[in-house]
Design a protein around this ligand. Sequence first.
Ligand code: FE2
Ligand code: FE2
Length: 215
Amino acid sequence: MTSMTRTYSLFDRLIVDAQRALETIGGTPVAIRANPADLQADIVLDEADRRHAAGLMRVNHVGEVCAQALYVGQATVARDPVVRAHLLAAAQEETDHLAWCADRLRELDSRPSLLNPVWYAGSYAMGLLAGLRGDGYNLGFVAETEHQVEAHIDTHLDNLPAADIRSRAILQTMKADEARHAHEAEQAGARALPFPVPLAMAAASKVMKAVAYRV
Ligand SMILES: [Fe+2]
Ligand SMILES: [Fe+2]
């Protein structure tokens, strides 16, 4: 009699990843935690502020699409099952962020980036490449990404219209989560990335932010 235990091949994992990609891009992600914006009043913004807030929250939504893709790509090629589980657990918290940003975009009468399939594919490829360098660099990539996102959220907290307290509440919770994700990756054995990599990551995210604010 054959065993019922199934081990997943790389091909199996890629199929599961493709399904996750479709859910992230085309589905309606469901948050496990309550949306932090729910505790804040929904102040009606003037048109210029509404458009600006929508642009910023579209950038943050794309950032969360990229986070999903990075973590799923990295988990697919992670060697240690503990590291893989760590990456997939972090991806679940990013799903909360993704859902909250999507909610806020709807409230602001706006929409996610039309280029989300492109952002997802690029980030997934980066996640695979980072993961193939080994688990230490894989975790190092998480730590560096999360530190950069945390710094980026600070600029958006400074930049949001003062009346947009609902977006602000979402970003404050996200910032705390991203800082914890970085810390956990460092505790789990993150290695420092070689010199040009953090700069290349910052340059890629700068392009994404400029485009996603509008498209
Ligand atoms: Fe996030
Ligand atoms: Fe994160």
